[in-house]
Structure formats: structure tokens, C-alpha cells
Design a binder for this molecule. Sequence first.
Ligand code: ADP
Ligand code: MG
Length: 599
Amino acid sequence: MEAKNWLKTVFYFARPCKMKMIISVICAIISVVGGLVPYVGVYRIITMFFDGHQNINDIILWIAISVGGYSIKFVFHGISTVLAHISAYSILENMRIQITKRLMEAPLGSVLNQKIGKMKSVIIDRVETIELPLAHLIPEGISNLLLSIGVYVYLIIIDWRMALAALMTIPIAAIVYGMMLKGFNKQYADYMEASNHVNSIIVEYVEGIEVIKAFNQSTSSYERFEKAVNSFKQYTLEWFRSTWKHMTFGASVLPSTLMGTMPMGMFLYINGSISPADIAISLILSLGIVAPLTSFTVFVNDLKTIEFAVNDASAFLNMKVLDQVKENAKLQGYPIELQDVSFSYDLENEGKDSIKDSHVLQDINLTLTEGTFGAIVGPSGGGKSTLAKLIVRFWDVTKGTIKIGGVNIKNMPLEQLMDTVSFVTQDNFLFNCSLMENIRLGNPKASDKEVIQAAKAAHCHHFIQNLEKGYETYAGEAGAKLSGGEKQRIAIARAILKDAPIVILDEATAFTDPENEDKIQKSIASLTKGKTLLVIAHRLSTIQNADTIIVLEKGRILETGTHQELLSHCELYKDMWQSHISTKKWVVHNDIREVYKNV
Ligand code: ADP
Ligand code: MG
């Protein structure tokens, strides 16, 4: 599967439809043989006339045979094409299924790191581009090649000198095409790059249209977009300009087999060493080589298309997968332990050991006892989110171990880990299905009643009911009407329904208005009742009652303690607290103690 070679990859995916492809090729060959029959028929009829013993029955017989051959050509070509298309689509299907399977098995973090535009483009568009060449290359490529060879062999049998003369234009065309194809690989690669560039700019433009408009950047942004499209046009035209002379010359010379066969035929006839009938059929046959030969040149391009698409897809197909065990592990309660954990994104992204010390987390040791409330605070970019993501195995740690319930998280199936931990972040992604179903994602087996119960606990019931269609409102429709805080509460309702014994909140309350904050805190309180809780927070007031507060700076633990302890020991914490309360005069957070403590 780790095939580097694109042809191998194609064959790998073609394996399930091997039989169909073989039959397709056989049908293509039969079709070619059928296609040769009319030539024989014409030859026989011409010979009859030249020899002077033509009779109507024989002519009708040969016409019938020719028509028969022609029909065979058509019917089998049809069968071959249909089978080739079925095979091609199976290959596409297998490829797409395999890619999406890989995406499921790869570390979630790596998947999220992919550009969504690129992902869509590869899975949908690029993979699609191989269908056409694949479906036509198999039957038509093979039959065109064989037909040319077949016709040519027949020509050799009739007169080898004429056969030789028919090839006269090929060296000339070959030189011209050779000149044109020089640097073709490089040019094609550049072309694909330019095309990808334009695509990504278009995606960026469309996705960012909201921001572009809001900041009144339409003109400059449009200029960038226009420039990209223009330079792509320029590039394509340039390429075309540099090749069209060769192309046209080659395309007009290559098929001109008559340039060789005509003079040669005359010469041999004057010498008396060829019959008129043989001249006639030789001329016809030499024309018969042409069409298949020229269409074969098109396939060079097609092969390139497949190569590039398959290579793009391979990038996804060869994504590193997360090693997983099958058997559920026996957990001893639900504490979280990190031992000597270091992590770097570089190793994960590139897979090679870059020497430079780019650890985002370094030698982290911490233990969160079951049922307690831990908090991580620190300057932005310090690695807080990364730490949370490592606990849910978005990535594997570079060094050290993370244990839950005494078991290394690598030694439990991902499903068990996901059942054990609820991870709520600021990106409260809502799927475009009803709000009822959105909440139910937390536990697909939950009844409507349970969903509503969770919604009530998360303080969303009220505003959901006020929507026109209530719980049946689609997230898309509701999207514009829901505030950030309301979306967060829906995400929290989902987590409440999931009811996992460990809850990790990554700045889940970061962007809420004060009015909502109280409700969110209450809904979080019902989510975290009696659970092991790890909160990453901007607003220190929300975590001042935590049992343990960890101050993380530049990937290292600076200090650990309670709010009071840290206020007396830790300068950084003190500063953060000072700046926090100075901006926070307007909200009274005394009741947060209750919110977290009476759980
Ligand atoms: P915090 O949550 O404390 O603000 P993060 O854990 O998000 O910090 O980021 C820590 C560091 O890791 C930052 O320097 C950030 O640029 C980097 N980083 C975060 N996510 C990724 C990612 N997906 N790929 C590469 N680097 C990342
Ligand atoms: Mg963060």
C-alpha cells in the first residue's frame, strides 16, 4: 500500500475489478480484430477487379464479411468501454473510501492541520480526473495500439517495401514531438502547481468573503484573485505558444503516410514489382495506421493526468496512522497523569528528526486526581491547547506517557478514550442537522426526552424553544440566529448527554458576553458534577477555586498550586490576576465558587 509508484497505486486499487479489466481488454482486442476484417474485404474485392474475375456473389460475400467484422468491432468496443467504465469508477470509489478511511485512522490533529480546500480538491476533483483517462485508456489505448500494429503487420504481409515507406514520416514526427516533449515533465508539474495556486486563491477568496467585505478589502483582494487568474492564463498561453508549432507540424506530418507510400508505390509499379491491387490496398492500409496512431499521442497527456492525481491522493493515502489496540483496557478510576511529556509539531508534521529544539511542550509532569478540578493558565501560545489535545490523542506525545486511570492512553482503543473524555473547545462545531440531532451526537442512543433534559441542564432549552421550529430547527438555519454563547451551550449540552467521567474544557467560555457567561458557567457546573475536570481558561476568575492550578509558560510548567498559593509565589500568575481583575470590574464572580464547588 505504501506504493511510491503511481502505477502500482492504480493497480492496487484496480485489484477488485481485475476480472472486468481483463475481459475489457480481451473485448478490445476482439474489437480490433473485427476492425481489421473490412480491410481484408476491401483487399479481396480490389484484387478480384484487377484480376478480372469479379462476380457478384463473391463481392456480396466479402461485403457481408466486412460488415460482420465492422459490427464485431462496434459491439465488442461497446462491451469493452462499459466494463472499463465500471472498473474506472470502482477504482475511484476504492480510492476515495481508502482516503476517508485513512483520515479516520490518522491522528485527528494531522487531519485538522490539512487545508480543507486541498482536501476537498483531492478527494472530489483530482480523483475524478483519473476516471476519463482510465476508462478510455484501457480499451481505446490498447485497441488503438493493437490496431495500428495489426494493420501494419497486414501491410508487411502484402508488401514489406510499402510498409517501410509508410513509416517514413514517423522519424520526422518523432523528432518534432521529442523536441516538444523535452521538459514536458517539468512543464506539466509547473502547470499543475500554477493551477493549484489559482484554486487555493479562489477558495480563499470565497471562504474569506465575509472578512473581505467587512474590512472593505474587496478591491485589493479581488486584485490578488485577478492577478492569480491572469498569471495562470499567461502561463498556459506561454506554454501553448512554445509548443503549438511543433504540435501542428507533428500532427500534420505524422498522419501523412502517403508521403512515403505514394512515391514508393509509383516506383515499384514502374519497376513492375508490385500489382495495382497491392498498391491500392497498401495505400488504404497506410492510411489506416494514421488515426489510431495520432489518438495514441493524446494518451501521453492522459497518463500524466493520472500520475498527478494519484500522487496527490497518495499524500493522503500514506498519512501516518495512529496505532491502536483492540481490547478495552481496565481503568482504575479516572485520574489523569502526565509523565515527562514532551511534544513537538515538527516531528509530527515532517516525520523526520529535525534537530532544532522546537518542543511546544517540555518535560511536563502533572497528576490530576479523580474527581478534582484542575486548571491550566498561562500566556497565549504557551502550549495549553496542545496539552489538552494530547490527552485526547489528537497527536501522540513525542516523549513520555499520558495515563488515564493508570493506563497509557496508547494502550486503550480510541473509542474507549473518547467515551472516557469529553473535550469541549471554542469551536463549537454544529452539523447541519436539527438541533435535536446535534445534541444527540453526544450519545446517539439517547431518547428525545434525555436530549431535552441535557438541553435544560445546559440552559439551552429556553432559547431553543423560542426558535420557530424549536428542536427541529436546522443548525444552518439557526446558525445566524444563535449567539456564540448559545452555540457553546449546545456544545455543552452535547457533552452533558455524553456524560463522560473526564471533562476537558479549552477556553470554552472565552468569547462570551457577560450576560451569557453566568448561564454558561451554570451549564458547565451541571456538566462537570463529580467528574475529573481540566479547564483551560483565560478568565482567571472562573478557575480561582480549582484544586490545582498549573501555570504553563513556553511549554514548561512554571508553578503549580492553588489560587492563594500562586498569588503569593508566582509573579506571572500575580500579574495575570492583576490584569484580569482590572479588566473585570464589571462582573461579579463570587458565585462562581458555588458553581464549581457545590458540584
Ligand atoms: P495556547 O493554547 O497556550 O495558546 P497552543 O497549544 O495553541 O497554545 O500553541 C502552542 C504552540 O504550538 C504555538 O507556538 C503554536 O503556534 C503551535 N501550534 C499550535 N497548534 C499547532 C499545529 N496544529 N501545528 C503546528 N504548530 C501548532
Ligand atoms: Mg489555546
